[in-house]
Design a protein around this ligand. Structure first.
Ligand SMILES: [Zn+2]
Ligand SMILES: [Zn+2]
Length: 260
């Protein structure tokens, strides 16, 4: 089954295209199942206004729009509704309530910030491995999440697969195996390429991380992480990813149990 559960919408403020354009691209690209998992809103203790996720006020429209598309295109594609979430300990019960109330199909875990983005900058732009690692290890304990998105995101800012990077990979992969968490091989990272950007960033997915994932016996899932409709035409990246993961002997799953 061709499926992707990592699709964004413009509500996150760094994606483009209408919700319907994502669905039409997915149908055209031959997906049987498409999951929207836009960056989740949070109920902050402060008056902080994030610039990379939807606000709480936008959440009803997100639901309404994707539900309407699910109905409109039900003969062509199965649509699932989820969110891409952080591990923000003080807001987790609020998130669970939101997900239950909205009857979301799934939540994915992405560790972009530790504690809350009110206080912690984006790991992709700041080399904070000492904060990234405990945050992802703690978040992975949470059984609410269907899978762990781009577990090797830290390599974007850490750049060199040195001893601390290796140790982080070992701990993340060992814990994923112990808890039976699926790790996402992120196709947006692959699309962006294995070259340093002008900002001096490194890259993910990082082959050395995935070599360790293979040694630890982890399972993987492919995630398009679409921030534009045309990114759903990801056939070449899927092929490259499956070839690489196949060489490593990593089991790739297509889907996972839904929340309901
Ligand atoms: Zn994003
Ligand atoms: Zn994403």
């Amino acid at each position: 089954m061709k499926a992707n559960y990592h699709t964004h919408t413009t509500r996150c403020q760094h994606a483009r295209g209408t919700d319907e354009e994502y669905v039409l691209a997915a149908i055209d690209a031959g997906f049987e199942e498409l999951g929207f998992a836009d960056h989740s809103p949070w109920r902050y203790a402060s008056d902080y206004v994030p610039d990379m996720r939807m606000t709480i006020d936008q959440f009803p429209d997100y639901l309404h729009s994707i539900r309407a598309l699910r109905e409109k295109y039900k003969d062509k594609i199965r649509i699932k509704i989820g969110l891409e979430c952080e591990y923000f300990p003080s807001m987790m019960s609020w998130l669970r309530g939101l997900a239950d109330g909205a009857e979301l199909d799934y939540l994915i875990f992405a560790n972009h910030h530790a504690g809350s983005d009110e206080h912690c900058p984006y790991f992709g732009h700041h080399d904070l491995l000492e904060l990234y690692l405990p945050s992802i290890l703690e978040g992975m304990q949470c059984s609410d999440y269907a899978y762990v998105a781009h577990p090797d995101l830290y390599m974007r800012s850490h750049c060199v697969f040195d001893a601390p990077a290796k140790e982080a990979a070992r701990q993340i992969c060992r814990e994923a195996k112990r808890l039976d968490r699926i790790l996402e091989y992120n196709l947006l990272g692959l699309r962006k390429g294995k070259k340093k950007t002008p900002k001096g960033e490194g890259f993910y997915p990082h082959p050395d991380f995935w070599r360790i994932a293979a040694e630890e016996g982890c399972r993987a899932i492919l995630g398009t992480d679409a921030h534009a409709p045309e990114q759903l035409y990801d056939g070449d990246y899927r092929r490259q990813a499956l070839e690489f993961l196949g060489e490593l002997g990593i089991e790739v799953v297509e889907t996972f149990p839904m929340r309901r």
